[in-house]
Each structure stands twice: as structure tokens, then as C-alpha cells.
Design a protein around this ligand. Structure first.
Ligand code: DAH
Length: 335
């Protein structure tokens, strides 16, 4: 009897050690079989119970049962451990990787074009700035040297809010030039994509709200050549290397000299035209610098503004601006 009971403890220790060391679930099941399966070593020991005397049996039976419970608990806990381990990724997870599948749907064509323009300007060191769509007359007109009797300020052309301080929906992103310069000292190198509003009746080429990208570059010794080179670079990035641009003299109150930018490429030719007007630009007017507290004797700069819809229409061969706002999936699916 003493010999029988003495065998249990070392057998248990070995069994526990083997169960804990099993490296995976399959080997754990094998180990289980070797100990408490029908032909297991521990099962064999239990079978010997019958050979014990009536006096010896109760104590031995109790010990054996307790040991079996302990082995089964060790087995269950090791199984849980191994299953958990098997469910973990084999390699450490890199949470900065992009998802495998893009979110449902697509970016709107205007967003795609805007993103591409922003990307082209970022390559040459421009930062994106932002400003309010509800503006005051000062930032939209006065600070940009636009006189009180200018037609753009007419309520025929501009949406005024029903407020005593004559607030309005900005008619161009040029107001953000002023807001940025008021806040930061030169040099400045920004672009401003944003929504603008005009009291146009909707037709194929006009809509009461559309999008512009404004650009502003202020530093010492800035020239028209820098402006032209920059615009050319961006349009070639955007529309391909066959792009040509041309500057035509024009008038804006906030630039002097001022130009309109014409654009051409194979597509424009295909449309039966030589050039398409796509933007306004010029050298920042000294009065504008005065208005924001920059010394016009020290600082020079250029600015431009173009319509995003116009570029998107040109890029994709779209002939009606209203298609952008109707959100017809048959249209949107094509981009
Ligand atoms: N604000 C003008 C428009 O809405 C575009 C423009 C012209 C912006 C000349 C400029 C500029 O910054 O210098 O038509």
C-alpha cells in the first residue's frame, strides 16, 4: 500500500510538467492520452486500485481521484493557453499599414482634382490654408483694394446675409490671402482650396456655388517668372506634359500687373479651341501689403486664383457643371 501511494506523487509531477510543456494543442492531446487516456499511465494506476485491500482502498481512491481532477484542470488550462496563442498573429501587427480594402464608395471627382492640385503644390513647398465662408466686406473687398462702387460688391452679384454688419458669402478665396497675412509675418507660401458663392443663375457653366484654389507667395525678389514657372509646373503635373500656358494682361484690383492665364493641350484642341481661360493672377498690389502691415518696399509676391470645376471639366471632358452637384451615381461611378 505504501508503495502504491508513493508512486502517485512523482507520476503526477511528471504528468503536470509534460502537460505544461506541450507546445501545441495536437501534442497536448497526445500527452493527455499518454496519461489519462484508456491506455494512459495514470489510468493503469487506477486499474490497480482493485488489487488493494478493503482497508487500503478508500485512502488510495481519494488520492487518485484528487490527482485526476488536478491533471484535468492542468490540461484544460494549458489547452486554453495554447488556443489563445494560436489565435494571435504570427508577426507583430503594424497598425500604421493601410487597410486591405478601401471604404465603400469613391471620392467625388472634385475632391480628386483638389487632392491632385494640393499634392502638386505640396511638392514645391506650399502649405494649405483655410478661412471662413461667411466673410465681411473688409476681407472680401476693401483689404483687396476693391473700391466701394465695384460691381462685384453689388447685391445682384453677391449673397449678403441678413445682418446689420453686412456679412456675406465669400465671392472668392482671395479673402483668405488677407486673413493669412494678417496673422503671420512674411515669407508666405500657401494655397487655399475652398467653396465660394456668387449670385449666378445656374446654367451649363455657372452655379451659385463652386470651388476655387487661391495661391499666395510672398518673399523678397519674387518675380512674374516665378509665377509662370509655378503655374506651368502644377498644370503639367495635373494634366500631362503637353500642357502650354500663356499670360494675357488683365485687371484685378489686388494685383499689379495682373493677368489671365490661358491653357491649352491636346484636349483643348480637340474641343476646337486654341486656348481656354483658366485663372486670374498677378503681382500682389503694394496697397494690399500696406493693408496687412507688410512693407511693400521690402516684400514682393504673387497670387492667383482658379476654378476647380473648370479644371475638372477640362480633365474629364465634362460639359455641364451641374453634373457635379446632382450626385447621380451613374455620373459619379465613372471617376
Ligand atoms: N479672385 C479672382 C476671381 O475670383 C481670381 C484671382 C485673380 C485671384 C487674381 C487672385 C489673383 O489671387 O491675383 O476671379
Amino acid at each position: 500500500m505504501a508503495g502504491f501511494l508513493d508512486e502517485i506523487e512523482p507520476l503526477k509531477q511528471t504528468a503536470l510538467a509534460e502537460l505544461k510543456a506541450a507546445p501545441d494543442v495536437a501534442l497536448l492531446e497526445q500527452t493527455k492520452g499518454a496519461w489519462i487516456g484508456p491506455n494512459g499511465k495514470f489510468t493503469a494506476l487506477m486499474k490497480q486500485l482493485g488489487t488493494l485491500s478493503k482497508e487500503e482502498k478508500p485512502a488510495a481512491g481519494k488520492l487518485i481521484n484528487a490527482t485526476k481532477v488536478e491533471l484535468e484542470a492542468a490540461l484544460a488550462s494549458r489547452r486554453e493557453e495554447l488556443e489563445l496563442k494560436a489565435a494571435l498573429p504570427k508577426e507583430p501587427t503594424d497598425f500604421t499599414l493601410p487597410g486591405r480594402r478601401r471604404a465603400l464608395g469613391k471620392l467625388h471627382p472634385l475632391t480628386q482634382v483638389t487632392d491632385d492640385i494640393v499634392r502638386a503644390f505640396r511638392k514645391i513647398g506650399f502649405a494649405v490654408a483655410d478661412g471662413p465662408e461667411i466673410e465681411d466686406e473688409y476681407h472680401c473687398f476693401d483689404a483687396l483694394n476693391t473700391p466701394a462702387d465695384h460691381p462685384a460688391r453689388d447685391s445682384q452679384d453677391t449673397f449678403y446675409l441678413n445682418t446689420t454688419d453686412k456679412r456675406l458669402l465669400r465671392t472668392h478665396t482671395s479673402s483668405v490671402q488677407i486673413r493669412v497675412m494678417e496673422k503671420q509675418p512674411p515669407p508666405v507660401r500657401i494655397i487655399v482650396p475652398g467653396r465660394v458663392y456668387r449670385r449666378d443663375n445656374a446654367d451649363a457653366t455657372h452655379n451659385p456655388t463652386f470651388h476655387q484654389i487661391e495661391g499666395l507667395y510672398v518673399d523678397k525678389n519674387v518675380t512674374v517668372g516665378d509665377l509662370k514657372g509655378t503655374v506651368e509646373f502644377v498644370f503639367r503635373e495635373l494634366m500631362g506634359s503637353d500642357v502650354k500656358i500663356r499670360f494675357r494682361p488683365h485687371y484685378f484690383s489686388y494685383t499689379e500687373p495682373s493677368y489671365e492665364i490661358d491653357f491649352t493641350n491636346a484636349l483643348v484642341k480637340k474641343m476646337g479651341k486654341d486656348w481656354l481661360e483658366i485663372a486670374g493672377c498677378g503681382m500682389v498690389h503694394p496697397q494690399v501689403f500696406e493693408n496687412v502691415g507688410y512693407d511693400p518696399e521690402v516684400w514682393t509676391g504673387w497670387a492667383f486664383g482658379f476654378g476647380i470645376e473648370r479644371i475638372a471639366m477640362l480633365r474629364y471632358g465634362i460639359n455641364d457643371i451641374r453634373l457635379f452637384y446632382e450626385n447621380d451615381v451613374r455620373f459619379l461611378k465613372q471617376f
